[in-house]
Design a protein around this ligand. Structure first.
Ligand code: CA
Length: 226
């Protein structure tokens, strides 16, 4: 069961109700506000572990709410936006949201993002260390990787990189994130080193190699393509 408090700031009350039900069903405590001013009040009072923040709010809008929260805290914020185009704008503004969800969204998707962001926020110590994506399984604790039941021989760096991708299948990981996942023992001067590791990784993964996808200009993601 998940733990923690999620604050939802969103003026569409039916969405708040649905998200509240789903999050409570997963074990989270939920606080909610229907406008920005009340949201900021609640944020100070409840000190949530994560904020789900709608962009278009009456009164103090989501952007301003995010700025004020960021002025005081690094609490994870997931922005709820109406259009993909808004995400580009928000990223450009550098408000420091941890993730973005574009409406219409499924409550399940939002809950999955909440879990993923909280997992990242809590650091790798608390993160699970076994992942299965399609035919690929990665056991970070035992240093074992298997594709279709066949054990593969990877270096520690390759294993860590693969685990970072497998942790959140389908999510694009930037080179900097992948570099960080490999730890500080190898000091790469250049994020391009990640590309070299990915190239080796694809080759060693055999038939599972095609699951590692390049997202041009951004990074890589792992996806079960069948
Ligand atoms: Ca709204």
């Amino acid at each position: 069961m998940a733990t923690g408090t999620v604050l939802i700031i969103e003026d569409e009350r039916n969405l708040v109700g649905i998200l509240t039900d789903y999050l409570k069903g997963e074990g989270y405590r939920v606080e909610s506000a229907f406008d920005g001013a009340r949201g900021l009040e609640l944020w100070r009072a409840a000190r949530p572990d994560l904020v789900l923040l709608d962009l278009m709010l009456p009164g103090v809008d989501g952007l301003e709410v995010a700025r004020r929260i960021r002025g005081e805290s690094s609490v994870p914020i997931i922005m709820l936006t109406a259009r993909d185009a808004e995400v580009d704008k928000l990223v450009g503004l550098g408000i420091g949201a941890d993730d973005y969800v574009v409406k219409p969204y499924s409550p399940r998707e939002v809950v999955a993002r909440v879990k993923a962001v909280l997992r990242r926020a809590s650091g790798t110590m608390a993160a699970p260390d076994r992942f299965t994506v399609g035919e690929l399984s990665v056991d970070l604790g035992a240093y074992v990787v298997e594709c279709a039941g066949e054990r593969l021989d990877l270096t520690t760096s390759e294993l860590r990189l693969l685990a970072e991708l497998a942790r959140e299948p389908g999510r694009v990981k930037r080179r900097a994130e992948l570099l960080a996942s490999m730890g500080a023992r190898e000091s790469f001067a250049d994020e391009r080193a990640v590309d070299a590791h990915v190239k080796n990784l694809r080759r060693k993964l055999g038939t599972c190699g095609e699951m590692v996808e390049t997202v041009r200009g951004v990074g890589y993601r792992l996806r079960d393509r069948r």
